[in-house]
Design a protein around this ligand. Structure first.
Ligand code: PMP
Length: 396
């Protein structure tokens, strides 16, 4: 078929191929990026969806505004205010079909063939693919446990004059890294100084295990004069409530929001009104704080179990920083004691032992590190985590 040439820039992900192996009986999977469906607040969502139908069936089932269902926009603005975004009004955000659509709309509105975009190395694979589909020339800024390295980022901004910088500042996927408060401030200052858009993708910010992380860059933008217009913030209900709802949102300055809305109109007209009305009822019900407390506690338990097991079973053959939130461990094989250093080879051996994870290389837009890997602790319980990591030890 004479497909569009833009498809030449992307290929199906290496990770999808790996997922085919996960059907093998008895496999313990640390590979997926899903939240645990056993943690969904089914009762709360059932009540919310029933209320959506009984209280305003027209609104929940009819076509709706592209910008989003008004009661949900109001609830989301209140949700952001509860997280420190002082001055946000409903019209400053649009509802999107998952935050993935917000990223796609940013790609569509901002990127043309050959345009530069800076991302973190490593970063969320679907974003790399999405921006490449629009022809982006993606540059990769190095990170450490404190998130992206700001001096290097500034050099790259000056060198490449990117259309925007895409960051996952809070518990990144796959890095698990947490961008420090000081670096957040400096990046907002850089955005103003170099007049460059910073896209903050924040699906994991609510999933912290101990102390709350620093405020989102959107929240902090009110402290850095002039920075608000240079921040686009993508939020999501997926990791705390339900990814199947497909409810996300985009906060951005008016011009970008208007262009994104126009593109969304041609794409899906609007996000499912039924899903939006359900999410609005859920937020209104007041159940969210308890839901958040529950998922934080359970994921924290799993994360600690994984950290302990990794130290015990893999010792100095692996290095990692224990995450303070999110769903992922990002680790590096050291090769200590002559053990395997290539994460692809390790993944094949692990599958033979009945445990799966994702090698880290595909998460790099450039200069992949073949010794890295991502382990998700989200969907296995503590016992399975211990058994799975013991299998990793055997595979090593
Ligand atoms: N951004 C990141 C960093 C993610 O990990 C994900 C989901 N894996 C998304 C965006 C998309 O999430 P959703 O579309 O479900 O909101």
């Amino acid at each position: 078929m004479p497909f569009a040439s833009r498809l030449d820039n992307v290929e199906t992900s290496a990770i999808r191929e790996l997922f085919k192996l996960l059907g093998k009986p008895g496999i313990i999977s640390f590979a997926g990026g899903f939240p645990d469906s056993a943690m969904f607040d089914v009762e709360g969502l059932r009540e919310a969806s029933q209320k959506a139908l009984s209280e305003e069936p027209g609104g929940a089932l009819q076509y709706g505004a592209t910008e989003g269902y008004e009661p949900l926009r109001a609830q989301l603005a209140a949700f952001e205010r509860s997280k420190g975004v002082a001055d946000i009004e409903p019209q400053q955000l649009i509802v999107t079909t998952g935050s993935q659509q917000a990223l796609d709309l940013i790609g569509k509105t901002m990127v043309g063939p050959g345009d530069k975009v800076i991302v973190e190395g490593p970063t969320f694979l679907a974003t790399i693919q999405c921006f490449r589909l629009y022809g982006a020339d993606i540059q990769s800024a190095p990170i450490d446990a404190q998130g992206v390295q700001v001096d290097r980022l500034e050099q790259m901004i000056v060198e490449h004059r990117p259309k925007f910088v895409y960051l996952i500042p809070t518990f990144g996927n796959p890095s698990g890294a947490l961008l420090s408060l000081e670096r957040r401030r400096r990046i907002l200052e850089l955005a103003v100084k170099h007049q460059v858009l910073v896209v903050e993708d924040d699906p994991y910010g609510d999933l912290y295990f101990g102390e709350a992380p620093p405020p989102s860059m959107l929240a902090l933008s009110s402290e850095v004069p002039g920075s608000r217009e240079w921040i686009a913030h993508c939020g999501s209900m997926s990791k705390v409530l339900s990814p199947g709802l497909r409810v996300g949102w985009l906060v951005a300055q008016p011009e970008l929001l208007a262009k994104a809305t126009m593109c969304k109109q041609f794409s899906d007209a609007h996000t499912s009104t039924f899903a939006q009305a359900t999410a609005a009822q859920y937020l209104k019900s007041g159940r969210m704080p308890a839901t958040l407390a529950n998922v934080r506690r359970k994921y924290a338990e799993r994360s600690h179990a994984m950290a302990q097991a990794l130290r015990r079973e893999l010792g100095d053959a692996i290095e990692f920083t224990e995450p303070q939130g999110g769903l992922f461990f990002w680790a590096r094989l050291t090769g200590a004691g002559g053990k395997v250093r290539d994460a692809g080879e390790f993944a094949s051996r692990a599958i033979e032992q009945g445990v799966a994870f994702v090698p880290g290389a595909p998460f790099f837009a450039k200069d992949a590190d073949p010794a890295t890997l991502r382990l998700s602790f989200a969907t296995a319980d503590v016992e399975k985590i211990r058994e799975g990591v013991a299998r990793l030890g055997r595979a090593l």
